[in-house]
Design a protein around this ligand. Structure first.
Ligand SMILES: [Zn+2]
Ligand SMILES: [Zn+2]
Length: 122
């Protein structure tokens, strides 16, 4: 697996995907997914607020510090609201879709995400 692919997995994991879902998504076993996620070095994970490596052991951590976390939440109040409605355009089929929740959804459906994911790998 390339670092880019690892980061893609990591991103999905941060978006709240379970290990099981990731395993199904890329057709790997759960222990393999765990191995991949834990093989990501802390200095390969960047703080979404300041862009510095987080140096955290927890790969789902998005921030390097408590300060960055607070700052980010302040600037993105919607982030904490679970029931925020968003709209997006699916890059796979071009359809407009709505979704709820704080995590970002790029595709209208799982099947589109899957199609696009594998198309990109080729
Ligand atoms: Zn930071
Ligand atoms: Zn779609």
């Amino acid at each position: 697996m390339t670092p880019k692919e690892k980061n893609q997995l990591l991103e999905l994991r941060r978006n709240g995907w379970s290990i099981k879902r990731l395993a199904e998504f890329i057709h790997k076993t759960i222990p393999m997914i765990k191995k991949i996620l834990y093989s990501v070095r802390p200095d390969e994970i960047y703080c979404i607020e300041c862009g510095k490596p987080t140096k955290r052991r927890n790969v789902t951590s998005k921030f390097c510090s408590k300060e960055c976390k607070q700052k980010y939440y302040k600037e993105h109040p919607d982030y904490l609201k679970k029931k925020t409605m968003h709209t997006g355009i699916c890059p796979c089929c071009g359809k407009e879709f709505t979704y709820y929740g704080r995590s970002h959804q790029t595709y209208c459906s799982r099947s589109c995400a899957k199609k696009h994911y594998f198309a990109k790998l080729k």
